[in-house]
Design a protein around this ligand. Sequence first.
Ligand code: BG6
Length: 389
Amino acid sequence: MAKVVEPSIFIIFGGTGDLARRKLLPALARLHAAHQLHPKSHVVGVAIESEYDSAKYRRFTHDALLKAGVEEEVAAGFTTEQLHYHCIGDCGPADFDALSHMLRSIERANGLPENRAFYLALPPQVFLSTIDGLGAAGLNKSHGWTRVVVEKPFGHDLATAQALNRDIHRWYEESQVYRIDHYLGKDTVQNLLVLRFANTIFESVWNRDRIEAVQITVAEDLGVGTRAGYYDKAGAFRDMVQNHLTQLLTLVAMEIPSRYEAEAIRYEKIKVLRSMRALDPNAVVRGQYAAGEVGGEAVPGYLDEPGIDADSDTETFVGMTVFVDNWRWAGVPFFLRTGKRMGKTLSQIAVRLRSTPSHLFASLGEDDETADVLVISPSRTPGSRCTST
Ligand code: BG6
């Protein structure tokens, strides 16, 4: 039986955007159908579109859910009177006060505790003003719990990431802040910890004596789509490498945490990051996709995508070699690569074991390759598929 959490209000800033349509609303609808949202919970989409009201937002959400492959029954069960819309207008103080008022009236009418999660599914340039708007309207605290969820990119570089952190901490305690990386929810990622730490068989080979190289690949068939405004400023490095691929790297390379708790896992991940050798610029390859075909249909090259400057230098592919200079991994290259329009969609971790010292069977055939590769990739059914080839 699934765990039922306390009733809450989940507030999506950017409620009509790409992330809300493709990921957040489908995820919430599925949680609702699986009884993992409290039946009294409400969801509020917040956006600047003034032509929407709650009824229109429910229709919008229903369409988005069907497009995302959610079953009709699940979509209908989610787009009820517990789904609302709030127009944030010019994002001025009065608009945030109006949001605060709306949340309180939902809570009073339904006898809800003031449990609120604010998810900022927004372009990075409006993170700061939104957090300030929430804080100034008193939406940083409540009689229940209040959380704020921040999407990537978390700043553009170290200085802007630190500035964003400082601003968040003006209003919110660290324990209220979630910096989200949706990759951590994927089956491959979840199962990686179980694979490594619930099986003694792997631990004995999980080191530089037995492993020759690790290759982490996140390839996508998709192009930049409708996200030119965001993507052309970010590029593959900021969009995928510093978050998703680095998370995968730390999960492969980390030591066993002392407990299965967020802090303990974070501590081990940080040790990996601190052991990483400074990047050698010559070990980084950047590329941009050209025009081609997907599923028999012609698709434009990156520079011809709508909203992309014809002379954009933004990378859509990154391939790089990194080293983790600690006892376990010294000398083992980690090859990281990711790109859009790669011809197929694939998330995969390939761990290449060292060859046997002698090639006993070479005389039986031409192929005397003896290195095994442990391939970890998502299967079609929930859970990871591990193959040794
Ligand atoms: C997002 C990136 O974080 O992850 C997108 O911004 C990318 O560019 C996406 O397409 C890939 O994740 P998923 O879950 O769609 O495989």
